[in-house]
Design a protein around this ligand. Structure first.
Ligand code: UDP
Length: 327
């Protein structure tokens, strides 16, 4: 089976490419390297290109017969999406439509879409299942929800089957230590905490200590990147087996507070982590935790690395070895 991985040089995409190659799939990566790294693509065929270049897509789909497409290429910063919505709608929505149109034109019917918990907006109930109301509160979340809705229409009209995977907080790194998180700029909590531990950052700032949570800091559901990749494989197999289009919330079901992340990182690294307590960050709900029972029941998904210590240990090995910290 031949899988096209769009955005395969990025954080989650590169882990996915490695997994697909290990499992014996033929892999083609399409990435414009705007946020990814060529050396993160450890297998398959690499094509440098952008979804905005229709001739690149046409050439790709004409020369290869894909059995499925996974789409990881998107901008991911919520704050930036508020300041630059045009960038987000252009890249995350319109360019995704180009990809879908190429799939329809070349009769490729199986699509796995990287969606997000941000489609839900302010939580109405926690843990959040798939039926939770969708009221995204920023252009990033709105764009992802638009694509999910577009996919529903494309299925009715063009018989394109899709699984939307709504990630909660993707975290951790390749357990073999070869790949990890390399965002530029980095805004995510765990890599920032680890950089404060190495001294690359003078400190980590805790965004708000007055939330309605046991220790006053925000609670998030950190899900290991390897477990996310496994869910993608199961989702693709589900479609190949004739399963229906679906959407799944992917988290490990356990929430951890910002303070717990910092304390666990201190234990794992054995380093002091200088902390500054700051103001709340706009748009952060107090608690985001996934109810992933549907993915477990329907896909047979069983997250493996559910404890925070393991997630942070893998991220730490990357940060101090091959990661930016080791460069
Ligand atoms: N956070 C923080 N300091 C930072 C970065 C993040 O306190 O420097 C908090 C943030 O407010 C949120 C949690 O850590 O409650 C996870 O944030 P991250 O940006 O990693 O992921 P998000 O939840 O925004 O997807």
């Amino acid at each position: 089976m031949h899988v096209l991985v769009v955005g395969g040089a990025g954080y989650i995409g590169s882990h996915m490419v490695k997994r697909l190659c290990q499992r014996g799939f033929e892999v083609t990566v399409l990435d414009n390297l705007s946020a990814g790294y060529r050396d993160a693509v450890t297998g398959g065929r690499f094509v440098l290109g952008d979804l905005g270049e229709l001739e690149v897509l046409e050439d790709l789909f004409t020369t290869c017969r894909f059995d499925g497409v996974m789409h990881f290429a998107s901008h991911i910063q919520v704050g930036e999406s508020v300041r630059e919505p045009a960038k987000y709608y252009r890249n995350n929505v319109f360019k995704t439509q180009h990809l879908l149109d190429a799939m329809v034109a070349h009769r490729v019917r199986c699509f796995i879409f990287s969606s997000t918990a941000a489609i839900f907006g302010e939580p109405v109930h926690v843990p959040m299942d798939e039926a939770h109301p969708k009221n995204p509160i920023n252009p990033y979340g709105r764009g992802k929800w638009m694509v999910e809705q577009m996919l529903q229409d494309y299925e009715v009209a063009y018989d394109l089957k899709a699984v939307c995977l709504r990630y909660f907080n993707a975290a951790g790194a390749d357990p073999e230590g070869e790949l990890g998180e390399r965002h530029q700029p980095e805004t995510h909590l765990i890599p920032l905490v680890l950089r404060a531990a190495t001294g690359r950052l003078p400190q980590v700032t805790v965004f708000g200590t007055d939330y309605d949570t046991p220790d006053g800091t925000c609670i998030r559901d950190y899900i290991h990147v390897s477990d996310l990749c496994e869910a993608h494989l199961l989702a693709l197999q589900h479609l190949w087996d004739g399963g229906d289009s679906a959407a799944y919330n992917l988290g490990n079901g356990n929430g951890f507070s910002v303070r717990e992340v910092i304390e666990t990182a201190h234990t794992i690294t054995g380093r002091d982590i200088p902390v500054r307590y700051g103001e709340r960050r706009a748009g952060d709900p107090a608690r985001l935790v996934a109810d992933s029972r549907r993915a477990r029941a329907e896909l047979g998904w069983e997250p493996r690395y559910t404890d925070l210590a393991t997630i942070i240990a893998h991220a730490w090995r990357w940060e101090t070895g091959h990661g930016e910290g080791g460069r």
